[in-house]
Design a protein around this ligand. Structure first.
Ligand code: IPE
Ligand code: IPE
Ligand code: MG
Length: 247
């Protein structure tokens, strides 16, 4: 799913982003990792605004993985505190810009004060329609799939569902992204070329864009470059190029 835009030929409906490289960015500057995470928050602000203005309808940001809980306690604490401040400060702007917030992930594992702010922003922005912002927090795709499969199994055991009724769309309906289209484009900053347990089901047919740019240096211009690259890719979904040309 994608639509036309004047400056970029084809705007992806859903962009997913692995925001990586904050720590290395800070280390290159001989500063603590948290300095990089702080700078990373500025990039989040810039990209959310740019995405909304260009007509992206769903933006999913990988902010904290289930595996990131293994990081040193001070880093985790610092990240949670940055997240809380970000949400508190941005609520007004989200309302003004019509941005609806959702959380993908195990919200219950977040500190209670962060959960409170998150719940407030989610509920206050529920009516917003310009762009959906999904923050992946304490998110892991395998845990998401396991939880979804458990839900489905429970329904089968209760007799509310037959195994033959399980198909792609039913499984999609049991994930955090339920009701949203799959990402058209995945961007990963920071130079690594891996998925790191992000949206393993939903990214099946996403175009993937890797960049060496560290997340704190990823601003509107870098985002537009990724969108330009996306707009010239031919998405074949298993068909031949000739079949697509004939459509
Ligand atoms: C991404 O940057 C932010 C989070 C994972 C929370 P990193 O903290 O992973 O930065 P690098 O990869 O160590 O540079
Ligand atoms: C992926 O980055 C998770 C987020 C961006 C939140 P990581 O830095 O945690 O990924 P790995 O460990 O390099 O795969
Ligand atoms: Mg990293």
């Amino acid at each position: 799913m994608q639509e036309k835009n004047n400056s970029i030929d084809v705007v992806p409906t859903h962009v997913a982003l692995i925001m990586d490289g904050n720590g290395r960015w800070a280390e290159q500057r001989k500063r603590p990792r948290l300095f990089g995470h702080k700078a990373g928050v500025d990039s989040v602000r810039i990209i959310v605004e740019a995405a909304r203005n260009i007509g992206v309808k769903h933006l999913t940001l990988y902010a904290f993985s289930t595996e990131n809980w293994q990081r040193p306690g001070v880093e985790v604490k610092g990240l949670m505190s940055l997240l809380k401040t970000y949400l508190q400060v941005e609520l007004k702007k989200m309302l003004k810009n019509g941005i609806c917030l959702q959380c993908f992930g195990q919200m219950k594992r977040l500190p209670p004060d962060v959960q409170d702010v998150l719940n407030t922003v989610i509920s206050d922005t529920r009516h917003c329609r310009d762009m959906r912002l999904n923050l992946a927090l304490s998110y892991g795709a395998r845990a998401e799939l396991v939880a979804g499969v458990r839900d489905i199994a429970r329904k089968c055991c209760a007799g509310d569902l037959q195994p033959d009724e399980i198909d792609d769309s039913l499984l999609s309906d049991h994930l955090y992204s339920q009701g949203q289209p799959d990402p058209d484009l995945l961007i990963r900053t920071g130079g690594e070329k891996r998925l790191s347990n992000f949206l393993l089901w939903q990214l099946s047919y996403a175009e993937i864009y890797f960049t060496e740019t560290m997340w704190p240096d990823f601003h509107e211009q870098q985002f537009l470059e990724a969108l330009k690259e996306f707009s010239i890719r031919q998405r074949r979904f298993g068909k031949t190029g000739a079949q697509l040309a004939a459509q």
